[in-house]
Write a protein that binds this ligand. Structure first.
Ligand code: GLC
Length: 563
């Protein structure tokens, strides 16, 4: 993760027409897919130990099929001490026993596919767990040894090597170096970790590192994974001279972000993905403020798609959203890439909470406890936002629980928080556990159906009010967020305009709306202003909230019409 600014291409005309796909692309499933993100620890607990698992996820496949998703992306399910929720991997080829077994993962992939749902696995190439055999061997070996060469071990600066080799700042705050202790008990070399000390960074200049990851890719592709989500994809390479970070690094000048060497790795991964009869897809987690640098990762022989964090971080503001959409579409077109639309994920504040705040933009650096929030307002806007993103050309990501309108849980007792972002901020940043609270499935049951009734309590406590947000409560309520999501995903799949229709901005729309047409007659209009606006022509297919009368769209409401 990186601090995100808005994308920097400002010359893009906002009111351009953009051809989203062409005939050649029609068969490429990922270009128009709806991908549901499963955070396995919090999705469904099959064995009743308080932690979600594969048994639980398999049992919920009918739910995912009914929701209408094309694929599921699992955040890491590998053997891990869970120092960073599984992004600290100790064995990339085995499932953590808390989540299940490799056989169960294979069964999930198979059973999901039988329901038309593909599985994307998370690959974490930048770092491993401190428990990974390579790192344990490196710690046990001497400075300068081949074992240490796979990581960034380095002597310290100053007298006795007491100063860390650089002043690089961790993405989780604090320093990026930890000092080792030699076998005789004296202080030894330092090792690099862009995240927590439990996540040592690999040395991507080392051939073993490259070879090992190519094998990991094949391991999961051979087991039927339809693709990989690439964690922290712009961070892998480091300038071996270890310079300090310049004040304003130019393109390719940052010592550990977006280095040009990365592209060669993704080209080789693309070749592996393309070597399968049903080609696998690469989805990058690329946090970069410069849109041109971002889309370089999406050239035809590199990744297929990458998360659109620019859009996700924007506030609920019509000009802001229009600008982000237009910039995104314009930037993707020259490389023939498909944009993605993301409202949230396991790292960021839930949309119904974020959109209910005075400042509805997202930035890691600004996360604090106790920000005043109007959840009714946020929910109205999150419903409208769902219609907006589902109508845009490209792939759509839905983070588990957003389809239930779950809010961020902001009053977790401090003692249960596990996220290193919280601790490394000295307790100032609430961390990311508030969006990782286990899912409520039923009104009844000690954990609202997350696990069997009376089983171990969920690893994070669920708010009592979540009873009313449970899946079975929402299924029975036609006005619920879940029913809205089901309707919009069904329509998104059925309407040909949304698959390959050209996007045309509606020039005559009022300034406070985001409005565009897809294809000949499908219109999406979102009213972000204070006053109602006229309903577009045509039959109303879907509205995110009640329409005041037959002719206007109220504040913070979106509609799809078709003429
Ligand atoms: C990515 C993940 C995040 C994790 C970090 C380090 O940003 O989404 O959850 O903490 O990488 O692996």
């Amino acid at each position: 993760m990186l601090t995100l600014g808005c994308m920097t291409t400002t010359s893009t005309p906002v009111r351009a027409s953009v051809q989203s796909t062409d005939a050649r692309h029609a068969t490429e499933w990922w270009r128009h897919a709806v991908i549901y993100q499963v955070y396995p620890r919090s999705f469904a607990d099959g064995n009743g130990d308080g932690t979600g698992d594969l048994a639980g996820a398999r049992a919920r496949l009918p739910y995912l099929e009914r929701l209408g998703v094309d694929a599921v992306w699992f955040t890491p399910w590998y053997v891990s001490p869970l120092a960073d929720g599984g992004y600290d991997v100790a064995d990339y080829r085995a499932i953590d026993p808390r989540f299940g077994t490799l056989e169960e993962a294979e069964a999930f992939i198979r059973e999901a596919l039988a329901r038309g749902i593909r599985t994307i696995v998370d690959v974490v190439p930048n770092h491993v767990s401190e428990q990974h055999p390579w790192f344990r061997a490196a710690l046990a070996a001497r400075p300068g040894s081949p074992e240490r060469a796979r990581f960034w071990f380095h002597p310290g600066k100053g007298p006795g090597g007491a100063e860390m080799p650089t002043r690089w700042v961790s993405d989780f705050q604090g320093s990026t170096w930890t000092r080792t202790t030699d076998p005789d008990g004296t202080p030894g070399e330092w090792y690099l970790h862009l995240f927590s000390a439990e996540q040592p960074d690999l040395n991507w200049d080392h051939p073993d590192v490259r070879r090992e990851h190519e094998e990991i890719l094949r391991f999961w592709f051979d087991r039927g994974a339809a693709g990989i989500r690439i964690d922290s994809a712009a961070l892998l390479f480091k300038d071996p001279a270890l310079p300090e970070v310049p004040q304003r690094p130019g393109p390719g000048e940052h010592p550990h972000v977006d280095r040009d060497e990365l592209h060669d790795v993704y080209r080789s991964w693309r070749a592996i993905a393309d070597s399968y009869a049903d080609p696998r897809v690469l989805v990058g987690e690329v946090w970069l403020p410069d849109v041109e640098r971002f889309t370089r990762f999406l050239r035809p022989d590199e990744m297929h798609t990458a998360f659109n964090f620019d859009f996700m971080a924007r506030p609920w503001d019509p000009a802001d959203l229009r600008e982000s959409i237009a910039t995104t579409l314009a930037a993707h077109a020259p490389v023939g890439a498909t944009p993605t639309w993301v409202l949230s994920n396991h790292d960021v504040t839930r949309p119904v909470t974020r959109y209910g705040r005075a400042d509805s933009s997202f930035a890691f650096a600004r996360k604090r406890f106790g920000v005043p929030t109007d959840l009714a307002l946020g929910t109205r806007r999150a419903r409208a936002a769902a219609l907006l993103v589902a109508a845009l050309p490209g792939a759509l990501y839905v983070y588990q629980g957003d389809e239930l309108g779950l809010p961020e849980v902001e009053d977790l007792p401090r003692g249960v928080i596990e996220d290193p972002m919280h601790f490394r901020s000295g307790g100032v940043d609430p961390g990311r556990d508030g969006c990782r609270v286990p899912i409520p499935w039923t009104r009844a049951g000690s954990s609202f159906g997350f696990g069997p009734d009376g089983a171990a309590a969920p690893w994070l406590p669920q708010p009592a009010a979540w009873r009313d947000l449970a899946v079975d409560a929402q299924e029975a309520d036609p006005a619920s967020m879940l029913r809205l999501y089901r309707d919009l995903l069904r329509l998104r799949r059925d309407l040909p305009e949304l698959a390959d229709g050209e996007l045309t901005w509606l020039d005559d729309a009022p300034a406070d709306v985001v409005a565009f047409r897809r294809g000949a007659g499908l219109t999406c209009l979102v009213n972000l202003g204070a006053a109602p606006v006229p309903l577009p022509d045509g039959e109303v297919l879907l509205a995110s909230g009640p329409l005041t009368d037959d002719h206007t769209v109220p504040t913070d409401t979106a509609v799809w019409t078709r003429s």
